[in-house]
Design a protein around this ligand. Structure first.
Ligand code: PLP
Length: 372
């Protein structure tokens, strides 16, 4: 069986370094808010090109805490509208509703699967105060256009970078485009911890300070509480392990991109639509991190069965769009045909930095032998 993502093999590459990092933490006797977190925050901010990085407990908290901080700072108020792509992982939207802000679901561009700037313009109202730009599957959303709209209409931009560590457009990295960005280090992400972890990046010092306090009981000084905060901290163990993984992120991304190129050149089946990525075609200015390699097909069940019979594990990102989830049942009447078609037709092929070349070729052969 070709596994979708072999986390054991990915982390085994760095076993000695990971064990050394874990041992350092165990032996230090200091497990929360110490030198490992501080160092990781500095290293990850430098990697993204931002002034600040704040470690938090997970990616959802990263997004939620940015919006919460903007409320505390008086930049957002309950009921304000926040534009967000309709086809995203539900966390992008949960962060908005958790803060009692109003998500306005916007259709994506059917080529990139990322939010369509033209549709953002149509969705703008007097109440629009922010945009959540998700870099889906590892490719940056149309950030130059999105930032231009935001500037024109005085909107805040929060990037959801959970799938796009190290991705770029115009030489600028994911996490350094908006006013702030949320990252997830869930084990399966391109930069994955060995447990839950997340971070916010920003170059705004006031925002960074507020998020830092909010994630630590609303406190900047012990036993002095400025806000009704939460406990959302990156711990020393995950930070130490992430420092090891960060050193290898760029080489892993390169390997993902090689596999993506091999797929793009090798898969030649009219029933399988390949991802359209700006940088594989013409625009060398963008850099896709290929968190996922997502193809599209009319009869997904048949393709899924064909690949399974060939011993290939696939996944679907995602089978049900947020507006059709039980959690948001009052949105069911919304019609979002582009999003719905994408959710019915996409399928993610295995892509991981440890996939042997022979497995990549097996996936290509299986795709090419599929008949609808
Ligand atoms: C994984 C993910 C998140 C949430 O990250 P967690 O660390 O699991 O909370 C948010 N947004 C997107 C797009 C994701 O893929």
């Amino acid at each position: 069986m070709i596994s979708f993502l072999d986390l054991k093999a990915i982390n085994a590459q760095y076993r000695d370094e990971l064990v050394a990092a874990a041992t350092r933490v165990i032996d230090s006797g200091w497990y929360i808010h110490g030198t490992e977190v501080k160092s990781f925050e500095q290293e990850f901010a430098a990697y993204c090109g931002t002034e600040h990085c704040i470690g938090v407990a997970n990616g959802l908290d990263a997004l939620t805490l940015v919006l919460r901080a903007w409320k505390e700072l008086g930049k957002l108020n309950e009921g304000d509208e926040v534009i967000v792509p309709a086809n995203t992982y539900i966390a992008s939207i949960l962060a908005i509703t958790e803060n009692r802000l109003k998500p306005v679901l916007v259709e994506p561009d059917p080529q990139s699967y990322n939010i369509d700037p033209a549709n953002i313009r149509v969705a703008l109202t007097e109440k629009t105060k922010a945009i959540v730009a998700v870099h889906l599957y590892g490719q940056l959303a149309a950030m130059p256009e999105i930032m231009a709209i935001a500037e024109e209409h005085n909107l805040l931009v929060l990037e959801d970078s959970a799938q796009a560590h190290g991705a770029e457009a115009n030489g600028k990295k994911s996490g350094n485009w908006g006013n702030a960005s949320g990252f997830s280090f869930y084990p399966g992400k391109n930069l994955g911890a060995l447990g839950d972890a997340g971070a916010v990046t920003t170059s705004n010092a006031e925002l960074a300070q507020t998020i830092r306090a909010l994630g630590n009981y609303g406190s900047e000084r012990k036993y002095e509480n400025l806000y009704q905060g939460v406990n959302s901290r990156l711990d020393e163990m995950q930070a130490a392990l992430l420092r090891v993984k960060l050193k290898h992120l760029d080489s892993e991304t390169l390997r993902r991109r090689e596999i993506a190129t091999t797929y793009a050149l090798g898969i030649n089946n009219p029933e399988i639509q390949l991802p359209v990525s700006a940088d594989v075609s013409a625009n060398a200015l963008s850099y896709h991190a290929f968190h996922l390699f997502v193809v599209r097909t009319h009869n997904r069940i048949a393709l899924q069965q064909h690949l399974l019979d060939a011993g290939i594990q696939i996944m679907i990102h995602y089978p049900v769009p947020p507006h059709q989830q039980q959690a948001y049942q009052n949105w069911r009447s919304q019609s979002l045909p582009v999003t719905e078609a994408i959710h019915n037709e996409v399928l993610s092929l295995p892509i991981s930095p440890v996939m042997p070349v022979a497995q990549v070729q097996q996936v290509i052969a299986a795709c090419n032998s599929y008949q609808a």
